[in-house]
Design a protein around this ligand. Sequence first.
Ligand code: BDR
Ligand code: CA
Length: 312
Amino acid sequence: KEKIIIDADVGIDDAMAILLAHASPELETLGITTTFGNATIENSTRNALYLTQRLGVTTPVIPGARKPLVLPEGPPTDFVHGGNGLGNVEFKLSDVQKPKALTAAQFIIEQSHRHPGEITLVPVGRMTNLALALALDPTLPQRIKRVVMMGGAFTVPGNVTPVAEANIIGDPDAADIVFGAGWPVVAIGLDVTTQVVISPKHLAAITKANPVTGEFLTAISDFYLAFYRSTGVTEGFFLHDPAAVLYLTHPELFTLTSGPVRVATQGIATGQTIAAPQSQWARDGDWQDVPHSQYAVAVDHKKAVKIFNQRM
Ligand code: BDR
Ligand code: CA
């Protein structure tokens, strides 16, 4: 099994990614580290804990960053994920887990010593926790197998600004550090995630086959569906974060390109993921010695949706 740590700003599609990883026999989730973004760090952590309580996800939950490295803290994207991050579905949290004494960054480092070379980090929110871990221990990349993130918009417009995707613009400095750290990076960005669409019909089919998970997915998706409808997407909602998990279990569904990637950290292009696949640019100071990352440019979305539905 591939050992993974999911680093998430637990909102609606993050919850779906966590559930998908849990339902994937190819993967072993060592921990869920949480971050701000779709919700506050408190709600993001609470939502992750709720998944362990209600849906039997048996992994530790470790709270992480509450704000970006450099930029001032932005408000949570509650207009997409609801005030609590899970579509305003109310729930009570029982005492499922004792809080860990570690921070998310410390947990990542600790696990990397326990399983050197074996762990895939799966950030599906702001990259702040990974950047903090790198600051604490610059040798971390030597013990990490790879980073597979949901983030970026390489060949398509962004979803926050014309050029920026939410996970990247939410902490562009952290994202630039992660792309430049020297560990293998695969970015599953909007180029492909906006093609992986789940409809209410799919949710109904999941509920029929597996009422426990299906009813939960349906409940948290109401708010999400309404947001998408308000933006003109009528067929359903995008499976952004689950797409990164699907890349881990079914890489053959994705087409990747590679090249040095940097992130704009200032000005109107803040949060843009810029790839420089042509070698002449690599002579430029800002691009010199930038490690090559891989980023997805195409996906077999029909198969991706089918696998998600089957596994749920
Ligand atoms: C990303 O932003 C968040 O809203 C989603 O959870 C996903 O990780 C998509 O841009
Ligand atoms: Ca997310």
